[in-house]
Design a protein around this ligand. Structure first.
Ligand code: DX5
Ligand code: ZN
Length: 219
């Protein structure tokens, strides 16, 4: 069993108070920081470039977990690794769900000493990628449509989590199962019971006392 890791998503951070919020996060039990990169093309929203990641790294103690919601992850993965990403996930849909392209990019990310994984949107079947599961450090399951924080948890996505957990047991693999979207003080329990060990939470963590919110997801 993997240890449970909380990865607050900085998409919901209050940018008028960035430094104080990152320092509060450093006082919390969050081990990863989930950095949502959106290009305004793969998803209808724009967020952060690599220079912002470099700035965060000067303050934050967490491992930088970069979630690429971009149309060209083959171009951007190395750029974010050079900027300090320690874990990179990219969407299979951005590579037309092509197993060869996905495997090549996973290998590239790993060869740079970075944790690697792929992400699927809610409508993408996870079973397509079974042959890649011995080549990843983690799989990220979207439990909302990517693009925005603050949406409601799609409970049906737990079927994907259960399947991943079953394969992990059957094949004695150890990849992490990360879930992203709508995680709060109630939904996290369902995700953990289904097999998730890595919980992304944005709006839930940054509304209220940050260390307390993180702690509540570890109960
Ligand atoms: C959505 C992002 C998420 C988002 C989660 O596209 O990938 O990481 O910040 O936000 P909440 O936890 O508010 O659903
Ligand atoms: Zn994300």
């Amino acid at each position: 069993m993997n240890e449970r890791i909380i990865a607050p998503s900085i998409l919901s951070l209050d940018y008028s108070d960035t430094k104080a919020q990152l320092e509060a996060l450093n006082q919390s039990q969050a081990q990863w920081l989930h950095f949502d990169v959106m290009d305004g093309h793969f998803v209808p929203n724009i967020t952060f470039g690599p220079d912002i990641l470099k700035g965060f790294k000067k303050i934050s103690h967490q491992l930088m977990d970069v979630h690429l919601m971009v149309s060209d992850p083959e171009m951007y993965a190395p750029i974010f690794i050079d900027a300090g990403a320690q874990c990179v996930t990219f969407h299979t849909e951005a590579l037309d769900n092509d197993l060869n392209r996905i495997q090549t990019l996973l290998e590239q990310i790993r060869s740079k000493g970075c944790l690697c994984g792929f992400v699927v949107k809610p409508n993408t079947p996870i079973e397509l990628f079974e042959t890649l599961l011995d080549k990843v450090d983690l799989v990220l399951i979207m439990s909302v449509e990517p693009g925005f924080g603050g949406q409601s948890f799609m409970e049906e996505m737990l079927d994907k989590v259960r399947w991943l957990d079953q394969i992990r047991n059957e094949k004695q693999l150890s990849y992490r199962i990360e879930i992203d979207g709508g995680i709060n003080g109630e939904t996290f329990r369902k995700a953990v019971d289904a097999g998730c060990d890595t919980l992304v939470a944005g709006s839930y963590v940054f509304k209220g006392d940050i260390p307390e919110k993180v702690e509540s997801l570890l109960r």
